[in-house]
Design a protein around this ligand. Structure first.
Ligand code: GKR
Ligand code: MG
Length: 422
């Protein structure tokens, strides 16, 4: 019997990286996006990596968990889960922007568990010299397709220099952004983040995208900015244009009313965000596609379980993204590689990172896909200089929680987050 591989230490490092002024139904992205990098060291000297949100309440819970992990068997995810449940207790650390569903202790446990589970799997896989996808059931595809994720945006954060992505506040701006992103990365699917302008203007943007990119599947995601009636009107006017319409309206009952008459499937990362949401969503026929996201579904294995449930109930599977770095991109790639049911190109904010990363050689998107790494673990290595720099940026940037609404209010004091708005 070989010696067990146990945890000898855990480090949680908050980092910040520049984020362009991307608009959504909650407000606008702040100048810095926050992440937390989790490193789990094992008795064999190897290190497993995880990445998650960097907001202060979440960070406090990560530190609480990290403090008690030494000595745990790296192959015992059940013990890790029990430890996280005990450390989180009754705490509830929701996302303030509310773009990934509501809050509860169970959801908080899932969010806090995720980066540790990913780091444990990375460590397990490194220890046996196999890629993480091998622990998730094996590789169903060699390349994972990702989608061009377009945003309405300002040219610059107020008072700052313009970023490399230009202003996009109308159909021409959105088409120009799509061209630039597709020229650089070769994406073959397009998602437009909506819920920013009146629906007619967003329909016009979709029509312009269809004219400019006749072959690319299109998605529109207004993050619950519309009433049921508005959603039905938009659905009718975009019939034949969208592969799915994402979270047009709040709540499972509202989504079910839209789904009953919409000509395209409805997708969600807002009304089905935990296992407890699934029975009602299935019973009411509210969604045709669920967006998995290992960061809040409780990790990679839990996301694979979600995939099986969706397959059983005839629900499609796509993948959600928030601002992220290269450890998350690698984790998303391994999950997608090992999930045959994932039929849609995966969302990613990668192009919005503008080249900043915590890993030495980030996986790259070429022809719209990431080639699944066959090297041990997640296949990415921490760049310690970058980690130190990005931690300094975190300390200096003054932002401790993502709050798109409060940031927009600095420039539009009468701005209110209303969902639905139209
Ligand atoms: O980055 O502004 C954003 C997105 O709106 C993100 O926060 C959402 O959670 O991408 C997400 C979505 O699909 O709803
Ligand atoms: Mg969404």
């Amino acid at each position: 019997m070989p010696d067990p591989l146990t945890v000898t230490g855990v480090t949680v490092t908050p980092v910040a990286f520049p984020d362009p002024p991307l608009l959504n139904s909650a407000g606008v992205h702040q100048p810095w996006a926050l992440r937390a990098i989790v490193e789990v060291r094992g008795t064999d000297g190897l290190i497993g990596l995880g990445e998650t949100y960097g907001d202060a309440p979440h960070l406090a819970l990560l530190h609480r968990v990290a403090a008690g992990l030494t000595g745990l068997d790296v192959f015992d995810i059940a013990a890790l889960t029990r430890h996280v449940e005990a450390a989180v207790g009754a705490a509830d650390a929701p996302d303030r922007h509310g773009l990934t569903g509501g809050s509860s202790t169970a959801k908080t446990v899932a969010r806090v568990l995720s980066p540790f589970e990913v780091a444990f799997l990375d460590l397990q896989a490194r220890a046996i010299g196999r890629p993480v996808y091998a622990l998730l059931g094996g590789k169903a595809r060699d390349e994972v397709p990702f989608a061009a994720y377009l945003f309405y945006k300002w040219a610059a954060h107020p008072g700052a220099e313009p970023d490399e992505w230009d202003e996009a506040v109308d159909p021409d701006g959105i088409v120009a952004q799509a061209r630039k992103m597709i020229d650089r990365y070769g994406f073959r699917s397009i998602k437009l983040k909506g819920g920013v302008l009146p629906p007619e203007e967003e329909i016009a943007a979709i029509q312009a995208l269809r004219a400019a990119f006749p072959e690319h599947p299109l998605r529109l995601d207004p993050n619950c900015a519309w009433t049921v009636d508005t959603s039905l009107r938009v659905a009718e006017q975009t019939a034949g244009l969208l592969e799915y319409l994402e979270d047009p309206t709040p709540g499972i009952p509202g989504m079910a009313r839209v789904a009953a008459r919409a000509p395209m499937p409805l997708a969600t990362n807002m009304c089905v965000v935990s296992f407890a949401d699934l029975p009602q969503a299935v019973a009411e026929g509210a969604v045709g596609v669920v967006l998995a996201d290992h960061h809040y579904w409780g990790g990679l294995a839990a996301s694979a379980r979600l995939a099986s449930i969706c397959e059983t109930w005839g629900i499609g599977l796509s993948m959600h993204s928030n601002s992220h770095l290269g450890i998350s991109l690698a984790a998303m790639t391994h999950l997608a590689a090992a999930t045959p049911h994932l039929a849609y190109a995966v969302d990613t904010h990668s192009p919005w990172q503008c080249g900043v990363d915590v890993v030495e050689a980030p996986l790259s998107i070429v022809d719209g896909t990431v080639t699944v790494p066959d090297t041990p673990g997640l296949g990415v290595t921490l760049d310690r200089d970058a980690l130190a720099r990005m931690h300094e940026d975190y300390q200096r940037c003054g932002i401790r929680e993502r709050d798109d609404t409060a940031y927009l209010r600095q420039f539009q004091p009468d701005y209110e987050k209303r969902r639905p708005r139209w």
